[in-house]
Design a protein around this ligand. Sequence first.
Ligand code: PGA
Length: 259
Amino acid sequence: MKKKKIIVGNWKMAPRTIDEAKKTFAGIKKTASTLRNVDTVVCPPFIFVRELAERTSGKRCLVGAQDAFWKEEGAYTGEISSTQLSSLGARYVILGHSERRAMGETNDMVSKKTDASLRAGLTVIICVGEQSRDQHGEYTKRIEEQLKQSLSQVQKKSLSNIVIAYEPVWAIGANAVRPASPEDVLEVSILIRKVLTNMFDRESSHIVPILYGGSVDAKNCGSFMNEGGANGLLVGRASLDAKQFSEILKVAEQSAKRK
Ligand code: PGA
């Protein structure tokens, strides 16, 4: 496993204007470009991908998308393909985010989108996570099912372009119950590696970085990487504040240097 951390900003449907997007991105890039041990990925709304991708330099601060359709082209009103995104300079794509799953996205759709995105040369960040936790650990079955079905078309040789983000739904957004604990993150990372080992093999399972997402901020971010063993973070709200996101990036740099 690479020691580098991957920190992804999921901007969701924000900010309101391209000018704000450029300003925030410039602030993030300033810090990101100085960090050797962190790969920073900003995922703005589709409409801002091109402008921001044109502002990237080197590989330390890249741009990704928040979704992509599974077909290359055709009569699919409103959809955007991985190839189109790649041609605009996107290098990553988030797939299966819980907010998209809540709008009807299934594991089968995530699987088809993953296949198309890998073909287009994008690195795919697949989100998995339970809706809520139960005493008997039934929630782990949901995570296992999401992983198995979403990765069903992925071949072993493509695993170097896969990232898994563990995002428990109860820990995401303004209505979150609480952020997950580092112990929660560690426990689920072990489960994810176990599922990957069963699907592929042990060695390959260790190629795949596992991120944590859900109410990450500058104060709690270190604990997920240091005690929780996460290889990086998927950050929502805090990624829209260049100052706070830059703090998170700096903590990630320190965390990468620890081990
Ligand atoms: P949050 O969102 O950091 O605002 O909780 C995380 C996400 O949805 O990816």
